[in-house]
Design a binder for this molecule. Structure first.
Ligand code: GLV
Ligand code: GLV
Length: 318
């Protein structure tokens, strides 16, 4: 059987695949297999090892003549046309669980960097603009004892809630469904979205990308937030109306934002949001810890092998 791996991975992460299958792996580091090549390679592939940088859409799947399994090295799968895959009898696997803690760490790091203006501080030193200690120079927002509102209390959201407790924060959350067990265990309070936005000092978006969450953070939502509030997005850029976010940051409607994800990735350095002082941006690195990425690659390999050998996937997208 033939499998296509759309990104360059270290051999030790995919040993079991290399031993068993004919493997076509894209050989250039840090960039995805070009679409044209993928359209060719997919034609006679039995398995596809992908990630968030590829669009696994209807057009691509129309080229797949014998594809049985799509395995993405990611927890999110909004880049995959699930309905089309289902129609063609293709199973889809993903990698929840193994990236929860690393992504919660990165989310909290971005929260702290945004609230306390860390990156601005470094830029000032780099540009030789640091004149002296001064009473209100680079003052940001406190973190300890503040209120955090988590939108989307899945695994990663819970990881963020646990970290917030270590900073004596009050934890509010909004989710599709209420989870009273979690509320007790983590001392988190369920809120309607509007109330969460009004009360939170830090609003952290961790909802998956679906039809219901498309641009769920728009003008009305940013207006509800405090002028001192910080907005963090480590979920998907499509969950946010970027124009509305730009306006909210530019007009002082909110204090700052920390973003790891964008509507269109990679974001270009001349994007107007990057001209703002009060935005901290990262290149979609939520789960980018070495151990985590190795675990994700191994889990994605296992999903792929299980699927190709007719066994249940470790984590199948339903
Ligand atoms: C990354 O964004 C992922 O979904 O794992
Ligand atoms: C991801 O693992 C989530 O459910 O938050």
């Amino acid at each position: 059987m033939k499998i296509v791996i759309t990104c360059k991975l270290p051999n030790e992460a995919i040993e079991s695949l290399l031993e068993t299958y004919e493997v076509v792996m894209w050989e250039v580091e840090n960039e995805p297999m070009p679409r044209k090549r993928l359209l060719e390679e997919i034609q006679d592939a039995d398995g596809l090892f992908t990630n968030v940088a590829d669009q696994i859409d209807k057009d691509l799947l129309a080229h797949a003549n014998c594809l049985k399994v799509i395995s993405t090295m990611a927890v999110g799968y909004d880049n995959i046309d699930l309905e089309e895959a289902r129609k063609k009898g293709i199973v889809v696997g993903h990698t929840p669980g193994v990236l929860t803690e690393a992504t919660a760490d990165l989310t909290f790091a971005l929260l702290m960097a945004s609230g306390r203006r860390l990156v601005e501080g470094m830029d000032i030193i780099r540009q030789n603009k640091w004149k002296s200690w001064a009473p209100f120079f680079l003052t940001g927002q406190e973190i300890n004892r503040k209120t955090i509102g988590i939108i989307g209390l899945g695994r990663i959201g819970l990881g963020v809630a646990r970290r917030a407790k270590g900073f004596s924060m009050e934890v509010l959350y909004h989710n599709r469904s209420r989870n009273e067990e979690v509320e007790k265990e983590h001392d988190a309070k369920y809120c309607e979205l509007d109330e969460l936005l009004e009360r939170s000092d830090y609003v952290v978006l961790l909802a998956p990308s679906t039809k219901d969450t498309y641009k769920m953070m728009g003008r009305d939502q940013f207006i509800r937030m405090k002028n001192s509030a910080v907005f963090i997005n480590t979920s998907r850029g499509t969950n946010v109306d970027e124009d509305a976010l730009y306006e909210a940051l530019n007009s002082g409607e909110i204090f700052a934002a920390g973003l790891d994800v964008f509507d269109s990735e990679p974001i270009h350095s001349n994007h107007r949001i990057l001209q703002l002082r009060n935005v901290t941006v990262l290149p979609h690195i939520g789960s980018a810890a070495i151990e985590t990425r190795m675990a994700m690659a191994r889990l994605a390999s296992e999903n792929l092998r299980n699927g190709l050998e007719g066994r249940p996937l470790v984590h199948q997208v339903k």
